[in-house]
Design a protein around this ligand. Structure first.
Ligand SMILES: NC(=O)c1ccc[n+]([C@@H]2O[C@H](COP(=O)([O-])OP(=O)(O)OC[C@H]3O[C@@H](n4cnc5c(N)ncnc54)[C@H](OP(=O)(O)O)[C@@H]3O)[C@@H](O)[C@H]2O)c1
Length: 254
């Protein structure tokens, strides 16, 4: 996949991994659109990266997703890459029942449903382009789940499975389906909970993830495990319960 002269939508591109991806893509002469809910974060990103196009929206809302698609295809008809990066992570204890589960935004709506719906909007459009890509950002926690964030892990495992099916479905088209699988990354994702539980491992810098992603895209590496995720992929097949114990001890206990 060429990594220059594309037009790219990065959901959740105003912060963290999304912003670092935006910087890498802009540096390589791509047109980059980023979206997110917080106008202030989009403005901050625009100050750091004036070339970026910002669009405020909440991708958990089906109508806002359709408007986002219309904006991208009408205002930037050359669009040929969708990066499904926006995500949230919540600690949910099912012993606390429905109240805990429903006390925050829906990870299923943001991390899973939104990605699939955006893909359903963009795929017919992308199929007419000579080269296009979908990049789904999953997580090492989709391979080895963490008991304190059970829904988050399930959305990432689900998005992994969906990426495998979609890749096969689109194999005779111009659209490539990539999956970027980061380990723990030092971003604001669930930062409050991480600090509360005194998590020592702050994770790798988001710029390491974005650099690996650009390398993977240019090499047509459709599954892009980053850092320790390479070990997780192998280890979880050989000794699944051992890796489950290691990850839960490492992350969930201070
Ligand atoms: N950090 C990690 O350890 C880690 C590890 C593996 C995978 N990942 C994945 O990497 C991706 C990026 O996360 P990050 O670590 O870079 O964290 P982040 O800095 O919190 O980025 C998440 C972005 O998603 C946006 N977002 C969330 N809900 C949204 C919604 N409903 N509509 C539109 N935008 C929304 C947020 O902006 P607004 O709040 O302004 O909407 C934010 O810019 C996520 O999919 C995450 O699951 C992260």
């Amino acid at each position: 996949m060429k990594t220059t002269d594309n037009t790219i939508l990065i959901t959740g591109g105003a912060t963290g991994i999304g912003l670092e991806l935006a910087k890498e893509f802009v540096a390589k002469n791509n047109t980059v659109i980023i979206c997110g809910r917080r106008e202030a974060k989009l403005s901050e990103a625009k100050k750091i990266l004036p070339q970026v196009i910002t669009y405020q929206c909440d991708i958990s809302d089906i109508h806002q997703r359709r408007k986002l698609f219309e904006f991208c295809t009408q205002e930037h008809p050359d669009i040929n890459i969708l990066v499904n990066n926006a995500g949230i992570q919540r600690e949910i204890n099912f012993l606390n029942g429905e109240a805990d589960y429903l006390s925050g935004d829906s990870e299923i709506a943001i991390n899973f449903e939104a990605c699939i719906h955006l893909i359903s909007l963009f795929v017919p459009y992308f199929s007419k382009r000579s080269e296009a890509a979908i990049v789904n950002v999953t997580s090492g926690l989709g391979i080895v789940p963490l008991h304190i964030t059970p829904v988050y892990c399930a959305t990432k495992a689900g998005l992994h499975s969906f990426s495998v099916s979609l890749r096969s479905q689109l194999q005779n088209t111009s659209i490539k389906v990539f999956e970027l699988i980061p380990p723990i990354v030092d971003t604001e994702l669930d930062r409050g909970a991480r600090d509360r539980r005194g998590q020592k491992d702050k994770g790798i810098k988001p710029e390491i993830v974005s650099k690996e992603a650009l390398k993977g895209l240019s090499n047509d590496q459709l599954e892009m495990p980053v850092g320790i995720v390479k070990l997780l992929q192998i280890g979880s097949r050989i000794a699944p319960s051992l890796f489950l114990k290691i990850i839960n001890k490492k992350v969930a206990t201070p």
